[in-house]
Design a protein around this ligand. Sequence first.
Ligand SMILES: Nc1ncnc2c1ncn2[C@@H]1O[C@H](COP(=O)(O)OP(=O)(O)OP(=O)(O)O)[C@@H](O)[C@H]1O
Length: 267
Amino acid sequence: MNQIPSTPAKIELGHVTHLYLSATRAFMAVRDINLRVEEGEFICLVGPSGCGKTTLLSLMAGLEQPTAGKVWIDGKAVTGTSRQVGYMLQQDYLFNWRTIEDNVFLGLDIQGIRTKENEEYAIHLLEEMELIEVRKSSPTQLSGGMRQRVALVRTLACQPDVLLLDEPFSALDYQTKLKLEDLIFTTLRRHKKTAVLVTHDLSESIAMGDRVYILSRNPGRINSEVIIPSHIRDAIPFDARNETGFQDLFHRVWKEMEVVSDAAKGN
Ligand SMILES: Nc1ncnc2c1ncn2[C@@H]1O[C@H](COP(=O)(O)OP(=O)(O)OP(=O)(O)O)[C@@H](O)[C@H]1O
């Protein structure tokens, strides 16, 4: 039986197992995952390719229903997608025939919440992300980093409390990626969002997260959890990399990754 947790976390996964079914086989993507994310926390999921990171985000977003176990947000079982949860991907999915502003308003249109107040909030976010000058431009005129910032504004404009970020920086050049990490980190903190980031970049996971979960595969399981000390957590990601203890944490996560990657090869 799935028990509702006593103190609701922002996001909770209780004994979650997920199988993908096809006509010929069932594939267990993740098994018995237990995870609790408190309000305002930023957690990162890392692990070898195919260990189920995206599957976990899809379950949190309500895009998939777990085969067994439950997902709760604010103590309520997730039964489908909701406005409360925003999802940002590696690809920005901007429409080149719409202006930046109209791309940002698209989320509000789809959700049926394009009020004057919400439009004003979206414009305010464009200002915060230093995009106001390009609001009437086409996405084709913007760099990759600017396009990802527009995608973030479009997601935040619908005012989700939970942000699921699936490798949002991986298609960017290194310098842009570092700048965007800082901007997204400070924006999510300022707006008190709860976030789950999937990344292959171990340094990014330590620089951005309050906690890092390392997953193993076949099937996807939580192998270990690394809690980031407060002095690293509180620094913006660029500076966090220079904090005392950062390199030790990096080596620890690296070693854990070697263990799960070797285990995956043995499968
Ligand atoms: N729709 C699907 N049908 C069948 N199998 C799937 C489906 N989606 C994912 N899988 C399988 O489930 C496992 C977990 O996939 P998932 O995409 O969640 O992993 P991941 O850790 O995000 O991988 P990557 O780091 O490569 O993005 C993989 O073996 C994948 O092939």
